[in-house]
Design a protein around this ligand. Structure first.
Ligand code: NAP
Length: 283
C-alpha cells in the first residue's frame, strides 16, 4: 500500500481563499480583521514563524502588526503592551510568539490576553471552553489536524485514535477534539509503557512529540491514518517530522508530509481564528 498524501499546502490554499472571501465581506461592513503578533528576543526560528504569519495575513487581506522587542523587555512592559492591544479596536487577535525569554512568565502573559482575542487558543478560558464544549478559540495546530481529517472525509465515530504527546498546545487539545468527534482516544507520552502496543490498535495516529522516528512502519496498523505534527531536523539538516515517512507510507492509508503538512495548516487556522474573532466582535 502507498498512502495517499494529505496535502497541507493545497488544503490551506482552499481554506485561505475562504478566509479572503469572508474578510472582504466583513470589510464591506467597515471591519478589517486585525492580528497583532508580538515577538520578544531574536530567536531566528521565531522570526521566521512570525514573518510567515504576518505574510499570510497580508495575502488574505487581514490587517496585521508585528511588534518586536529586545530580549531584555521586562515582564511588566510586555503585560502593558498586551493590555494596550486588548483595548485596541483595530486588533481582534493577539499572538505572543513562544517561547519567551526565561525571565518572563509565559503563562502569566497568555492569561493577560483577552479571551475574546486569544486566537492562539492557549488562554485557560479557551482550554476550558474546549473541555466543556463552550465557544472559545481552538488551538491552531490541533484545529488544523482536524481539518485535515475532515478533508479526507474520515468519520471518527467509533474509531480508535492514538495521540502521542500530551502538551497543552498540541497533544491534550488534539485528544479533546478527537473525543468530541466520538473517537475513542488514547493519549501516550514519555512514560507510556508500550507505545507500539497502543499505536498498533489505532485507526488514526497523531504524533506530536518532537523526536524523529517515534513512529515507524512496524507500529502502524495497515490502513491507519497518520498525522505528523513533529518538526525536527534530520542528519542533513532538513526539516522532518516524528514519523518515519518512507516506512509508514507503505502501511498507512493516508499520511501528512513534513514539510507541507500540519505546518501550513497551523498558520491557516490562525487566520481563521482571527477572522472569527473579528466576526464575533462585529456581530
Ligand atoms: P512538547 O511540549 O515537548 O511535548 C512533547 C510530548 O511528547 C510530551 O507530552 C512528551 O511526554 C511526549 N514524548 C516525549 N518523548 C516521547 C516518547 N519517546 N514517546 C512518547 N511520547 C513522548 O512538544 P509540543 O509543543 O507538543 O510539540 C510537539 C512537536 O510538534 C514538536 O516537534 C513541535 O516542534 C511540533 N509542533 C509543530 C507545529 C506545527 O505547526 N507543525 C505546531 C506546534 C508544535 P511527557 O509529557 O511525558 O514529557
Amino acid at each position: 500500500m502507498t498512502a495517499q498524501l494529505i496535502d497541507g499546502n493545497a488544503l490551506s490554499q482552499k481554506l485561505r481563499l475562504d478566509v479572503a472571501t469572508r474578510t472582504t465581506a466583513l470589510k464591506a461592513r467597515g471591519v478589517t480583521p486585525g492580528l497583532a503578533v508580538v515577538l520578544v528576543g531574536d530567536s531566528p526560528a521565531s522570526a521566521v514563524y512570525v514573518r510567515n504569519k504576518v505574510k499570510a495575513c497580508a495575502d488574505a487581506g487581514l490587517h496585521s502588526v508585528l511588534e518586536k522587542y529586545d530580549a531584555d523587555l521586562t515582564e511588566a512592559a510586555l503585560l502593558a503592551r498586551v493590555e494596550a492591544l486588548n483595548n485596541d479596536p483595530a486588533i481582534h487577535g493577539i499572538l505572543v510568539q513562544l517561547p519567551l525569554p526565561a525571565h518572563i512568565n509565559a503563562q502569566k502573559v497568555i492569561e493577560a490576553i483577552s479571551p475574546a482575542k486569544d486566537v492562539d487558543g492557549f488562554h485557560i478560558a479557551s482550554a476550558g471552553a474546549l473541555m466543556t464544549g463552550a465557544t472559545g478559540f481552538l488551538p491552531c495546530t490541533p484545529y488544523g489536524c482536524m481539518q485535515m481529517l475532515d478533508s479526507i472525509g474520515f468519520d471518527l465515530r467509533g474509531k480508535h485514535a492514538v495521540v502521542i504527546g500530551r502538551s497543552n498546545i498540541v497533544g491534550k487539545p488534539m485528544a479533546m477534539l478527537l473525543l468530541q468527534k466520538n473517537a475513542t482516544v488514547t493519549i501516550c507520552h514519555s512514560a507510556t509503557a508500550n507505545l507500539k502496543a497502543m499505536t498498533l490498535q489505532a485507526d488514526v495516529i497523531v504524533a506530536a512529540v518532537g523526536k524523529r522516528n517515534v513512529l515507524t512502519a512496524d507500529m502502524v496498523k495497515p490502513g491507519a491514518v497518520v498525522i505528523d505534527v513533529g518538526m525536527n531536523r534530520d542528519d542533513a539538516g532538513k526539516l522532518c517530522g516524528d514519523v518515519d515517512f518512507a516506512g509508514v507510507q507503505t502501511v498507512a492509508s493516508h499520511i501528512t508530509p513534513v514539510p507541507g503538512g500540519v505546518g501550513p495548516m497551523t498558520i491557516t487556522m490562525l487566520l481563521v481564528n482571527t477572522l472569527e474573532a473579528a466576526e464575533r466582535a462585529a456581530a
